[in-house]
Write a protein that binds this ligand. Structure first.
Ligand code: EPZ
Length: 450
């Protein structure tokens, strides 16, 4: 099992380019199932979730070719679907990555049938797909659940009025699934309670470039007038807003000064406001952002909610920062109310975190102390790395396969900014250093002083 070994205490400084957005690339890749002819994508992030979806698409008759295209190692991808191929998305792949469920809408719309494994459980808590199925059924699909698979058929989807929001608000990939299906339906579909996240807006722009008829992108009411076919195009994947904020928070948690380029600051308005409330100096132009952190962060309070609010994907990362704030911070997550598994691991580094259902209260400490901690999911793992960057001594973050799912060259980028971080192999039960390390020496010294 791979781990990151971090020696904390170094201020991160310098400039780094952000990669393309994983959560933009995934539905856009799934949309290749709708298209007659090849599509060419650039700035596709080289992360495991993209590779997993490429494997799912391969099983569905989509030829996926990847190549590196420029010195920033921004990779290009060509996708060409054979619509006579089989229409089953297998469990062993879909269970690896929930967003594979986004192939359901396009398969139904273009081939009239789909068999897609129900995505399994996840470390963020319950993540049903009832809204996806409700939307597709409204378009006329016959849907059954058989032995863990969604079995769906539709001679021709028909436009409909759909209310897509659930108790936790809108659904990002649910909106993507239904919007993609509606592009080839007969007649007009109105999706109310649609997600307005940038990733959904990008998908809508991409589908329009393929020839779809979509209005209302970025608003809770999207209207799609079905067309008979969609044809290929070239498209550049937008920058990853969550990775951008992650890299800026690496500067914040180490008291550094970092500039992130090739970014979209307009996707981060509420986030930058929050960064300023804890004392960060933030400036930006239309494609780069700079964060300087001249002093210890002030405590802060926020609610994670759908866009344009603070994204739930930043909640773990903000919680890591709150661990060194000069006082008590509070966080509420209204999207994934039980997304707190990273809190237990951060406690091992010396901070007091109190979790009560969808709220957490964190009493910041002057310095975290390095420890062996375990990634439980993608953003929680990144949060542990940020905490390790700020901690005294050595931190080993295990299970970094979670982080590989959504951050391209994460350790390289942090190392480029001055972090002392290396990828190491550890045995599966790793919790304590099995070799003399700074941490063991510190423990021995502390015991000697006692
Ligand atoms: C997308 O997941 C993102 N993933 C997530 O990012 C992100 O955290 C999430 O949106 C919220 O912004 C991708 O885009 C691939 P939702 P998604 O459907 O679409 C409930 C990351 O780290 N819900 O918007 O699966 C659901 O339980 C990942 O990159 C239903 O009740 O999330 C949640 O409470 C993690 N029924 C809320 O809606 C449904 O049918 C929002 O979920 C669907 C969702």
């Amino acid at each position: 099992m791979d781990a990151y070994r971090i020696i904390g205490g170094r201020k991160l400084q310098g400039t780094v380019a952000v990669s393309g957005s994983k959560n933009t690339a995934l539905p856009i890749m799934a949309a290749s199932l709708l298209v007659d002819g090849p599509v060419h994508l650039t700035n596709v992030p080289d992360v495991v979730d993209v590779s997993t979806l490429a494997a799912v698409l391969g099983r569905l008759g989509v030829a996926v070719e990847r190549s590196e295209v420029d010195d920033e190692r921004r990779s290009r991808m060509r996708l060409l679907a054979d619509h006579n191929a089989q229409h089953v998305a297998p469990n062993h792949l879909v269970s690896r990555m929930r967003a594979s469920f986004c192939v359901l809408g396009p398969l139904l719309a273009r081939r009239g049938r789909a068999v897609v494994a129900l995505p399994g459980g996840c470390n963020l808590g319950d993540r049903p797909v009832d809204l996806h199925l409700k939307g597709l059924a409204a378009l006329g699909a016959e849907i059954q659940i058989q032995r863990g698979y969604v079995v769906a058929r539709a001679k021709r989807l028909r436009g409909a009025e759909i209310q897509l929001a659930g108790v936790h608000g809108s659904t990002v990939t649910g909106t993507a699934n239904v919007m993609m299906a509606a592009t080839l339906a007969e007649g007009t579909t109105t999706i109310r309670g649609a997600a307005v996240e940038p990733e959904v807006v990008e998908l809508g722009r991409y589908l329009s470039q393929l020839g779809a008829n979509i209005e209302g992108m970025g608003t809770p009411t999207i209207s799609v007038r079905g067309v008979s076919r969609l044809s290929g195009t070239n498209y550049e994947i937008a920058p990853d807003r969550i990775e951008t904020a992650t890299l800026l928070l690496a500067a914040a948690i180490t008291g550094g000064d970092v500039t992130v380029t090739s970014a979209r600051p307009d996707h981060l308005e509420s986030v930058l406001k929050l960064f300023r409330t804890f004392g960060a100096e933030v400036s930006h132009d239309e494609s780069a952002l700079r964060l300087r952190m001249p002093q210890r962060p002030r405590p802060f309070h926020f609610v994670a909610e759908p866009y344009p609010g603070i994204p739930t994907d930043l909640q773990p990362l903000m919680l890591a920062l709150s661990c060194i704030a000069d006082g008590s911070s509070t966080i509420e997550d209204r999207v994934f109310p039980v997304r707190w598994r990273h809190a237990g691991e951060l406690r091992r580094m010396g901070v007091h975190v109190h979790v009560d259902r969808c709220h957490s209260t964190i009493d910041g400490v002057e310095r975290l102390v390095g420890a062996a901690v375990r990634s439980m999911d993608l953003r929680g793992g990144a949060a542990l790395v940020l905490a390790g960057l700020a901690a005294q001594g050595e931190t080993v973050v295990t299970n970094v396969a979670h982080i590989d799912r959504g951050y391209e060259r994460f350790a390289q980028k942090l190392g480029h900014l001055g972090a002392d971080i290396e990828r190491v192999a550890v045995n599966s039960e790793y919790r304590e250093p099995s070799h003399p390390t700074t941490r063991s020496r510190q423990v021995r010294e502390r015991l000697a002083d006692a």
